[in-house]
Design a protein around this ligand. Structure first.
Ligand code: ATP
Ligand code: SF4
Ligand code: MG
Length: 335
């Protein structure tokens, strides 16, 4: 049994304009010591599905009409909200997308970390302080002792992300969900934080769920990838196969959009159009207005659900097997 398994999860928001189905039939699994990357553009349901795992969705407007979220045999969705959150406090940690909003502005970083350690592990103030310094060192906050006396707004973006990671690690989670831990940081800092997370994960044999809109960021650290579009998983599989032989045209488009150092000066292929409005999803395949492989059938009827691919993994596209056979995403011709 996987450590954390999400099955057929749906999340809806009841709004004045109608019901938004933000997550629609999502399934994934992650084991101790494994890294799962959840990748997709803005609005694809990455954060909402993770907040559902953590029991942090405000209800109303959110509701979970179906699915299960099982951690080592316990279905978290059968617990009360309070029990669910307490359970996550013991087992599942999250690094939030917006570190500034997630840290308390009126307390120093060191104080917040110390209090979290005291509450979680029942440490004395002195032991908690010492552990807080160790954690700030671990996430490579320089001059930790001095920085611990500063407030979140005095930290740079990269340092705040590190402080958030330290806060999450203070809880000793078995699963860590890192929601866009490197967005808005420059490329060098992004790489440092990814490396750091991978090292900590290996050391603690933790399961790591990395959420990002950039497939390039997770190439070297993920074991498996789930690609989301408009609330659904459209492709899943081992990272090597996804990179070398993507089976869904959306995955292929995301791969083409990765900046490559060896292609300096070449224009990036951006995916045409925008992610769809969840209240007005296109008929048929939700990706069809932006898909370079679309045919009439794609406009007429929803694509098949995720189907197994030869050689492992799965994709939800009429033409997955043909797309996969095309191999690496075609390079844009130089103009
Ligand atoms: N409180 C809410 N009420 C209504 N709709 C919501 C609410 N919260 C999220 N949504 C919708 O749910 C969908 C999924 O949002 P989510 O935050 O999971 O996207 P995301 O993949 O994390 O995007 P990003 O990359 O921008 O963080 C979006 O269409 C969003 O507008
Ligand atoms: S089902 Fe059709 S529109 Fe959808 S991704 Fe596949 S080819 Fe493109
Ligand atoms: Mg998000």
């Amino acid at each position: 049994m996987p450590l954390l398994q999400v099955r057929d999860l749906a999340v809806e928001f009841v709004t004045a304009d109608g019901v938004v189905r933000a997550v629609d039939g999502l399934s994934y699994a992650v084991d101790a010591g494994q890294t799962l990357a959840i990748v997709g553009e803005s609005g694809s349901g990455k954060s909402v599905s993770s907040l559902a795992v953590m029991g942090l969705l405000q209800s109303p407007p959110a509701r979970i009409p179906s699915g299960s979220i099982t951690f080592a045999g316990t279905d978290l969705l059968t617990l009360s909200r309070k029990q669910h959150r307490a359970f996550c406090g013991e087992h599942i940690g999250m690094v939030f997308q917006d570190a500034l909003a997630a840290l308390n502005p009126v307390y120093t970083v060191g104080w917040q970390l110390t209090e979290a350690l005291r509450a979680r592990h029942g440490l004395t103030r002195r032991d908690a302080r010492r552990r807080a310094m160790e954690l700030l060192d671990l996430v490579q906050v320089p001059a930790a002792r001095q920085r611990a006396r500063e407030y979140p707004h005095q930290f740079s973006g990269g340092m705040r992300q590190r402080a958030m990671i330290a806060m999450a690690l203070a809880m000793d989670p078995e699963v860590l969900i890192a929601d866009e831990p490197t967005t808005a940081l420059d490329v060098t800092v992004q790489a440092q934080i990814m490396k750091l997370l991978a090292e900590i994960q290996a050391e603690r044999d933790m399961a790591l769920i990395l959420i990002t809109h950039d497939l390039g960021v997770v190439a070297s650290v993920a074991d498996t990838v789930t690609v989301m579009y408009a609330g659904k998983a459209v492709e899943q599989g081992e990272v090597q196969r996804i990179y070398s032989r993507p089976a869904h045209p959306y995955t292929r488009a995301l791969l083409r959009a990765i900046p490559r150092l060896d292609h300096k000066g070449r224009q990036l292929d951006v995916i045409p159009g925008r992610p769809p409005d969840p209240l007005h999803l296109p008929d048929g395949c939700a990706f069809h207005p932006r898909c370079d492989r679309a045919e009439d059938v794609c406009r007429a009827a929803p694509p098949p659900p995720l189907a197994e691919l030869p050689g492992g993994g799965s994709a939800a596209c009429y033409f997955a097997v043909e797309v996969m056979a095309d191999g690496k995403p075609a390079e844009r011709a130089e103009s």
